[in-house]
Design a protein around this ligand. Structure first.
Ligand code: NAD
Ligand code: TYD
Length: 356
């Protein structure tokens, strides 16, 4: 298959591309604008593979997309490009509306234009796979045992989740109205290597390593359902190759954790792995600092992943304990990646490469 992937330089997109290049024979075109969150360095291990191609492009640019579709002739699109950070969406939502809603619309239109030109057989095999989040469902009560299923009503809380919910609605409308063969997946919080250090887990690891405060919003009792990013990448591959058009799948790790427990687990791992601290503390837990809560903070997310297990035989392989240890070790061993990301050095370098 020729698979066009948007947002392939991001955290999850790069895990998907590494998986597809290493574990399958498919050809990949990575279409990414390279925002602050996009890093081609996350793809260094596969960049020289002849089955991997990259184009720096904005998904809001429909004409550029049409050109890419015509040249690459994809059999499937995996759409991951997005603005993805809730806190950024609260302080500045415009980019979220632009990329997540308008960008998805332009990508749907470019896909439809291309799909209309295909033979009937190719049309029926084509898939537009929209990668979305469980945050579209709003939140759950943290004393209840209720889970998000594929029929949970949408009730997004943040500008980020509202923009993702909007894009899900557009994707479903393009299926119902135009017959574009779409699939939607809604996944819980991912964690693992190459995660931009603004999200809870990488931020906590990096701050602790530098002896900085570990900010915990509110009382830290909020619950997230964590999934190791490589489990997600495998799930996405199963879905894009096996799911029927029009289907929706929830993806999750049955791994509910309170934020405060996640932060403490990271501190315990660092106490074990980096016992010699230079900043006058005996445990990294002393750096934990409760700060004012996020506005509209969702209390609990928890996914019922029964459907994907039943229909497509996917289950997560990584436990939270082993996945978190791997993640902490990865950050400890890849401090140069982190430094380049944080100083913006790599972004500047890569922009120059593509301009010249
Ligand atoms: P990320 O922020 O790490 O990466 C997003 C990528 O999209 C970056 O490479 C960025 O350069 C690119 N991009 C942004 N705007 C673009 C545009 N206009 N045109 C082209 N490329 C653009 O995000 P992520 O964590 O890898 O998430 C990927 C997808 O998965 C998103 O759609 C997100 O909503 C969804 N998702 C994420 C999580 C999670 O825990 N991270 C969970 C469930 C679903
Ligand atoms: P985050 O990683 O931003 O993902 P999301 O908001 O999409 O769930 O946050 C995960 C949880 O951790 C969320 O409940 C907010 C909380 N959080 C903190 O307590 N401190 C932090 O510094 C960050 C970034 C998040």
């Amino acid at each position: 298959m020729n698979i066009l992937i948007t947002g392939g330089a991001g955290f999850i997109g790069s895990a998907v591309i590494r998986y597809l290049i290493n574990e399958t024979k498919h050809n990949i075109l990575n279409v990414d604008k390279l925002t602050y969150a996009g890093n081609l360095e996350s793809l260094a291990a596969v960049a020289n593979n002849p089955r991997y191609h990259f184009c720096q492009a904005d998904i809001c640019d429909k004409n550029h997309l049409i050109q890419l579709f015509n040249n690459f002739q994809p059999d499937a699109v995996m759409h991951l490009a997005a603005e993805s950070h809730v806190d950024r969406s609260i302080s500045s939502s415009a980019e979220f509306i632009q990329t997540n809603i308008v960008g998805t619309f332009q990508l749907l239109e470019a896909s439809r234009h291309y799909w209309n030109s295909l033979s009937k057989e190719k049309q029926s095999l084509f898939r537009f796979h929209h990668i979305s989040t469980d945050e579209v469902y709003g939140d759950l009560n943290n004393s209840a045992t209720e889970l998000f299923t594929e029929v949970t009503p949408y009730a997004p809380s943040s500008p980020y989740s509202a923009s993702k919910a909007s894009s899900d609605h557009l994707v479903r409308a393009w299926y119902r109205t135009y017959g574009l063969p779409v699939i939607i997946t809604n996944c819980s919080n991912n964690y693992g290597p190459y995660h931009f250090p603004e999200k809870l887990i990488p931020l906590t690891i990096l701050n602790a390593m530098q002896g900085k405060k570990l900010p915990v919003y509110g009382n830290g009792e909020q619950i997230r359902d964590w999934l190791y990013v490589e489990d997600h990448a495998r799930a996405l591959y199963v879905v894009v190759t096996k799911a029927k058009a029009g289907e929706t799948y929830n993806i999750g790790g049955h791994n509910e954790q309170k934020n405060i427990d996640v932060v403490k687990d990271i501190c315990s791992l660092l106490d074990e792995l980096v016992p010699n601290k230079t900043f006058g503390i005996t445990s990294y837990k002393e750096l934990i600092t409760f700060i004012p809560d996020r506005p509209g903070h969702d209390v609990r997310y928890a996914i019922d992943a029964t459907k994907i297990k039943r229909d497509l035989n996917w289950v997560p392989q990584e436990s939270f304990q082993s996945g978190l240890r791997k993640t902490v070790l990865w950050y400890l061993n890849n401090q140069e990646w982190v430094n380049r990301i944080l100083t913006g050095e790599y972004q500047k370098w890569i922009q120059k490469q593509y301009q010249s």
